[in-house]
Design a protein around this ligand. Structure first.
Ligand SMILES: [Mn+2]
Length: 386
């Protein structure tokens, strides 16, 4: 009989984004549904193991509703006879003892899963499935490691079974490089632990698979997109089958449409840039979707002030589930050179302040704040131009 397992991670339940305002609730529904697919799939296919690779929650202190749904889901797995293992990712691992345990220790206490809380060393569980011995070893994310450190340095991952699994939540040098400066596992550390047949990995939101020696390194990727940088990602999880060989399948999840459109000022007509932008917004919009418009390039100042950002915002919000624009346009003023420095940009500061006020306003007051921000900027522009 083959050994089968579901691998998932980076679901980011209870996702938080201040900008999303009243839309956050519905966004969370999509995120929760995509994750629930991993549970339903595992139960339907009667897999042997369910491996959760971290960042189940977006924050260390999730609210009670997602917590309750998680407990319920792990109970469902437990009742279906699926052996379940969980570790804590960087979003939910406690930074110190004072923060207490990760939010899923409750699943452990209920006896629905084995939670590998230890971030300094591997814990291991040996099980027997259809006459095959299986070792599952896991280690949570260590928030005290600094960039440049290798979490597997000097560590030998426990094994000793017919099939040996290591669960981790880190990036891997070259294989799944980090997006920012952070600790990463070296390829050498994986090679040194060739007793491991399957490295089940969380943290990197893209689905990645590769062989290091005879070991399979598998990132199922995220079940929903986390931000607009992931617009191009497929979302899903993996189902691994071990027989004589190890094979896996990528199972896509249903995720909310998301798109990012970069519009350069060179494609806008100087007479009516707003119209061109509105046309692009209309084309890229979808009722259910999250849409980010990024405006880039240089334009003469006279053209820049023709852009009706309020109208663009209204149009975008009306045509999408969620809309935001990022204004990276550099207005050019004759006789004045804009020099990008690290120093103070009074206009940028003012613009950012206005944006912040708009974003943190209630939906009823939003228009008012937008208008106020606009007026402040035009006032600034008028006086500064002299
Ligand atoms: Mn992570």
């Amino acid at each position: 009989m083959a050994l089968t397992m579901v691998l998932t991670g980076d679901n980011h339940l209870n996702y938080y984004n201040q900008k999303m305002g009243s839309r956050l609730r519905d966004r969370r529904t999509w995120i929760g549904r995509a994750w629930r697919q991993t549970i339903d799939y595992a139960i339907e296919k009667e897999v042997d193991l369910y491996l959760h690779l971290g960042d189940l929650f977006d924050q260390i202190s999730p609210r009670n509703p997602p917590r309750a749904r998680v407990v319920e889901a792990f109970r469902d797995l437990h009742e279906a006879g699926i052996e379940t293992f969980v570790l804590a990712g960087n979003h939910e691992a406690p930074a110190s003892m004072r923060d207490g345990a990760s939010p899923h220790s409750v699943i452990d206490e209920a006896g629905f899963a084995t939670v590998f809380e230890n971030a300094l060393n591997f814990d291991q569980k040996l099980i027997e499935i259809d006459g095959r011995s299986v070792s599952v070893a896991g280690m949570s994310y260590n928030r005290r490691l600094v960039p440049g450190m290798d979490p597997l340095e000097d560590l030998t991952i426990p094994a000793g079974a017919d099939f040996n699994i290591a669960m981790l939540h880190y990036s891997v040098e070259r294989v799944a490089p980090p997006k920012w400066e952070e600790p990463q596992i070296s390829v050498n550390s994986l090679e040194r632990n060739s007793q491991i047949d399957l490295f089940a990995m969380g943290h990197i939101h893209a689905h990645v698979s590769t062989k290091v020696g005879d070991s399979l390194v598998l990132y199922p990727g995220a079940t929903e997109r986390y931000d607009f940088g992931e617009s191009g990602h497929e979302t899903g999880f993996c189902c691994v089958t071990v027989d004589d060989d190890i094979e896996f399948e990528f199972i896509p999840t249903v995720s909310q449409p998301m798109s990012q459109l970069k519009l350069h000022t060179s494609s806008l007509s100087p007479e009516n840039p707003t119209q061109d932008i509105l046309k692009a917004v209309e084309q890229g919009s979808s009722e259910d979707g999250l849409f980010q418009l990024v405006l880039e390039g240089d334009v003469p100042f006279e053209e820049y002030i023709k852009i009706d950002f309020t109208r663009i915002g209204d149009e975008g919000r009306g045509r999408n589930f969620y809309f935001e624009y990022i204004d990276r346009i550099k207005p050019l003023i004759e006789g004045l050179k804009f020099i990008e420095t690290e120093g103070l940009h009074p206009r940028k500061e003012l613009s950012a302040m206005g944006q912040q006020a708009v974003e943190s306003s209630s939906p009823e007051e939003r228009k008012l704040w937008e208008r106020a921000a606009q007026l402040a900027l035009s006032f600034y522009d008028k006086h500064w131009e002299r």
